[in-house]
Design a protein around this ligand. Sequence first.
Ligand SMILES: Nc1ncnc2c1ncn2[C@@H]1O[C@H](COP(=O)(O)OP(=O)(O)OP(=O)(O)O)[C@@H](O)[C@H]1O
Ligand SMILES: [Mg+2]
Length: 248
Amino acid sequence: MGRVFLIASGKGGVGKTTVASNLAAAFPKDKRVLVFDADLDLANLDIAFGMRDLHVYDLQDLYFGRCSFSDAAIPVPDHPNVTAVFAPLRREASITVLLRFLREQVEACRERYDYVLVDCPAGIGPALEVLSCPRYATVLVTTPDRTAVSDAERAAEHLYRKGAERIRLIVNRVRPQLIRKSRAPDIDDIIDTTAVQLIGLIPEDVSVICAGNSDRLVLDMPRARSRKAFLNIARRLNGEDVDLDRFS
Ligand SMILES: Nc1ncnc2c1ncn2[C@@H]1O[C@H](COP(=O)(O)OP(=O)(O)OP(=O)(O)O)[C@@H](O)[C@H]1O
Ligand SMILES: [Mg+2]
C-alpha cells in the first residue's frame, strides 16, 4: 500500500504547493508518485509544475465522467515517475462532494503508487475535515513567523483531535541571520509551540520564486540553495536516516 501525505498548513501562502511539487519530484526515480491538487477553489499546482497549458482534464472532469483516470492523471515533464491530477479552475460541484470523491481516488490509488501527495488548501477547513484520517501522514508547513507558527499550532491541535497520528513539520523560508538576531522565532521554539516533530528546514531561496515564474521546479535547478533540502526531506519521508540540514 502506498503512503499518503497531506501537505497542509494553518496560514496560507507558506509554501505548501512549492513543497508538494518539489517533494514529489525529489522522491527516488524508482518510486511511483501521484500528486493531487485539493485546493479546489484556488488551484495552482499545475502552475508549480509548469503544466497549466499541458492538461485538458482535471479531478472535476473525472468526477463528472468526462474523462478516464488516465486522461486526468498527467505525467510531469522531466519526472516520468511523477503524475499529477489537477483541480478545476471553475468549480461546478460542491466542495464536499469533490473532496469525498478525491478521498475515494486517493484510497484507490494507494494500490498503484508508492507515494500519494495531496496539496491541501490552507487552514482547518473542509479539506482536512474530509481527508485527514489516522492512515494518512500530514506534512505541516509553516514559515518562521509568529502568525504562521500560531496557525500551525492550531492546525496541529485540530489534526491530533481528529486522530491524526503522524504529523511532521517543515519550516520553510528559513533565514538563519534573522534567527541569530532574534528577529524570527528560533526553530526549537517553533517545534515546542507546534508540538510537531521536525522533518526538515527549507531556506529562503530566490530561485524558488524564479522557478515558480518560469514553469520550472527549483528541484531542477542544480545550483538552487533549497534543492538539497527538498531532496533530504524526500529521503527522510522515504525512511532514510539523514541529518538535518544546516545552512548559514
Ligand atoms: N523557500 C522559499 N523561498 C522563497 N520563496 C518561497 C519559498 N517557498 C515558497 N516561496 C514563495 O512563496 C509563495 C507562496 O508559495 P506557495 O504557493 O507554495 O504557498 P501555499 O502555501 O501553497 O499557498 P496557498 O495557501 O495560497 O495555497 C510563492 O510565490 C513561492 O514562490
Ligand atoms: Mg497552494
